[in-house]
Design a protein. Structure first.
Length: 323
């Protein structure tokens, strides 16, 4: 089956729809060429929300009853499926999928996907060069092995549900505030988040560096974090900056600081926010301080700040101003 290339875009594009016609649903995703057949009895109902960012795609899709899907991933990509719920069995590339398995197919495959009952899942399309770069940087593997048996890409069913849910929440935020997340540097962070959630399920083949090298990595990480509190680096950026693979990066921080890189960065950013609110200027306010240090959700910032310092950020500001 031929696959049409992604449509030219001036920026990210959304597709949303509710369908009672299975062929209309099959024809709706951008940059795909699919065919669906209904599996099971009952009137077809489907729903799709798709975000297209050049070749990278993030979508939430559901249908009832089951479907048989034919077609391939868009040219030069891999397609991944993370089930949220499934009322029957799932099959991909003409074989049964196990609970917690990352569903995957390339543009060279017929995805051969079948769901025998009502199903909801997240679908992610990643360009092959983007995958290869992530694998090289984070896993120390030269290329993404298309022959690696995908049952190895497996987590617990609960972990799969958590990962799928995090992508569903991300897609919802992107719909609600596209200008906040899908422009400039924000788009790179969105792409990095999607890559991490999906590809972190693929095993590592790296060799852990010796203790003295890990200490060097930890020092370099701390230096970068202090320099970029207002523009937090992704794990991939950290790996590139310190010349280390992900597993070594995490072990280095755990040994040096007793916490992984993400937790360390969050605490450093909170301390920076606390200092700014404890030594306020005339124009200092909680919203600007939170935004300066990468906290985009004020309610969440207030809660983690309260847990860290036993008071709300507004209370810190009021107290230091003598209010």
């Amino acid at each position: 089956m031929s696959i049409s290339p992604p449509r030219p875009t001036s920026g990210p594009q959304f597709v949303r729809g509710h369908f009672d016609d299975i062929d209309a649903m099959a024809a709706s995703p951008l940059a795909w060429n699919l065919e669906y057949e209904q599996i099971g009895r009952g009137r077809f109902q489907g729903q799709l929300t798709q975000l297209l960012m050049d070749q990278l795609q993030l979508a939430r899709i559901s249908w009832s009853p089951g479907v048989l899907q034919s077609g391939s991933a868009p040219a030069g990509t891999w397609v991944f499926g993370l089930p949220i719920s499934a009322g029957g069995s799932l099959h991909v590339r003409r074989r049964p999928a196990r609970a917690g398995e990352l569903l995957a197919a390339t543009s060279r495959d017929d995805v051969g996907f079948t769901a025998t009952g009502p199903t909801e899942m997240m679908v992610i399309v990643l360009p092959t060069p983007m995958i290869d770069r992530w694998i090289q940087t984070r896993r120390g593997i030269d290329r993404f092995d298309v022959n690696l048996p995908s049952p190895r890409w497996q987590v617990t069913a609960a972990e799969m549900t958590r990962r799928a849910g995090s992508l569903a929440s991300l897609l919802q935020r992107l719909q609600m505030q596209p200008n906040s997340y899908l422009g400039g540097q924000g788009l790179s962070h969105v792409e990095s988040c999607i890559l991490d959630v999906v590809l972190n399920m693929i095993p590592s083949a790296e060799i852990i560096e010796p203790l003295h090298s890990r200490a060097r990595v930890a020092r370099a990480v701390l230096k970068i974090f202090h320099e970029r509190l207002d523009d937090p680096p992704t794990i991939t950026e950290l790996c590139l900056a310190v010349g280390s693979k992900e597993r070594t990066l995490h072990l280095s921080c755990a040994e040096a600081f007793g916490r992984p890189p993400a937790a360390l960065l969050a605490e450093l950013r909170l301390n920076a926010a606390h200092r700014a609110l404890s030594r306020p200027g005339q124009e200092t306010n909680v919203t600007d301080v939170a935004g300066l240090y990468g906290f985009t959700h004020l309610g969440r910032f207030a809660e983690i700040y309260r847990r860290q310092f036993a008071e709300l950020p507004s209370a810190t500001l009021s107290r230091t101003r003598g209010v």
